[in-house]
Write a protein of this length. Structure first.
Length: 453
């Protein structure tokens, strides 16, 4: 219950009789049990919001009732660290990253001042996470989409969030995140310089792209998809321009997160009753959607198999794309002939010549897919691999400085320096690996290692 003043009076009484330690223990127990209840009973999407509410209430209690006592602050920290990291700490890191994405994305409910407060609140929970590297992996994945698709509510807020992470975890933690911002800023100047010297066709096409360095950004699937001839020419011209400015680099075009605006003119059929002039619209859509829709310049009706062959899109993406065109029950862009919810190769798709909309510029939404267990597992696997390299680096750095250490002392140093949960068995495996690679050797004294210069 929100009884701050009552707690304030009780704290004063207990302080006078020397029973503050009992109050601290009781408060720690209540905060811990409240957090455990939230983690176990709340809906997945509501967990972070409820934890933020609990944290705000506890901060008020700490400041007003307990007069910012250091001992009570430590009890609060210990309680939050316990239930946030209890069980699988990766889950808490993933949920907090997802919540951070929602508040930093366009369409969030916060004003500029409210956005800063929301960022501070998320950062407050982030400090309790043990799996900070898992948070960084999911945060980087979401940040990439916001930057590429221009979905950030505020670039200042994005930079501030990264700065807070840097202040908490060090420059090495945010190296990739800062590299993403550098790529975005450099890409704008690069495209501008290209358009100044490019052929008029590329300018009329409205061609633009982002050049992303592989080391900083998440990995995206590269599919050999069909492009219109004008786009291919613009891509080749940009590639020559880029390689002329940089040596020893390669450039590959990825359509996975590409965006496109199509100008569509619907010409009434000569067999249909006269309905007036042609219908002209501008359609804003993903590159995959544009690639599929452009096939209907050649034919009014195409089968699923024909579209898949013509576009070169992966099976999952073409199914997702076709569903986005047929999902609008009112006036879909494509009409489907087929039974069942699952698309079959024999399904036929016909362009809707009767398409109507009051809007001139129309946003064609993609079918949003939730993160699958396989995608989450891939991210966690990459984090696990990175952790192995980091443990190796910690061991080598410590042994290089200390030259000779016992097994127990080395474990203590690894636990103290690691910014993520690591077990003794995992550390032992990394020590064995370094012994095999002759970075370390076993000393003549039992359970002791010596660094090999």
């Amino acid at each position: 219950e929100h009884r701050v003043q009552d707690m304030c009076r009780m704290y004063s009484i207990c302080e006078a009789v020397g029973e503050v330690a009992a109050v601290r223990a009781a408060w720690f127990s209540v905060v811990k049990s409240s957090g455990i209840t939230i983690m176990k009973t709340a809906e997945t999407d509501d967990i972070v919001e409820k934890l933020l509410q609990l944290k705000a209430h506890c901060d008020e209690m700490l400041g007003v009732a307990f007069r910012n006592s250091v001992n009570f602050a430590i009890a609060l920290k210990d309680a939050f660290e316990y239930f946030i990291n209890d069980g699988n700490p990766n889950v808490s890191a993933q949920l907090l990253a997802r919540h951070t994405d929602r508040i930093l994305k366009i369409g969030s409910k916060f004003s500029d001042a409210g956005l800063d407060d929301a960022i501070d609140s998320c950062w407050g929970l982030f400090r309790f996470l043990m799996a900070k590297d898992v948070f960084e992996a999911f945060f980087r994945k979401d940040l990439a989409k916001r930057l590429i698709l221009c979905k950030s509510a505020s670039m200042e807020a994005e930079v501030r969030m990264v700065q807070l992470l840097r202040d908490e975890c060090g420059a090495g933690f945010t190296t990739k995140l800062e590299g993403m911002f550098r790529d975005i800023n450099a890409g704008k100047a690069l495209v501008e310089s290209f358009l100044e010297v490019s052929e008029p066709e590329a300018q009329q096409l409205g061609f633009t792209c982002q050049v992303l360095t592989t080391v900083s950004w998440p990995t995206y699937p590269i599919a050999e998809v069909w492009y219109p001839t004008s786009v291919i020419r613009a891509q080749e011209a940009f590639k020559q321009h880029y390689l002329g400015m940089h040596t020893g680099r390669s450039l590959k075009f990825v359509a996975h997160l590409g965006q496109c605006t199509l100008r569509m003119t619907v010409i009434p059929s000569i067999f249909a009753p006269p309905t007036g002039s042609c219908t002209k619209k501008e359609l804003s859509m993903s590159m995959y959607q544009a690639i599929v829709l452009l096939q209907f310049n050649q034919a009014d009706t195409l089968t699923f198999a024909e579209l898949q062959t013509a576009t070169g899109l992966p099976d999952v993406e073409i199914r997702r794309t076709l569903l986005s065109f047929t999902a609008n029950k009112g006036c879909p862009l494509l009409a489907r002939e087929g039974a069942g919810q699952e698309l079959a190769e024999s399904d036929r798709f016909t362009f809707n010549g009767e398409f109507k909309s009051k809007l001139f510029r129309i946003l064609v939404n993609r079918v949003q897919l939730k993160e699958t267990k396989d995608e989450i597992k891939k991210v966690e696997t990459r984090v696990s691999e990175d952790r192995q390299y980091q443990v190796d680096a910690i061991i080598v750095r410590v042994m290089k400085a200390r030259k000779r250490l016992t097994h127990t002392a080395l474990l203590e140093e690894v636990f103290r320096n690691a910014m993520f949960p690591v077990t003794a068995s995992e550390t032992k495996k990394r020590i064995e690996s370094l012994l095999d690679r002759e970075y370390l050797v076993r000393d003549h004294a039992p359970g002791t290692y010596t660094y090999m210069a």
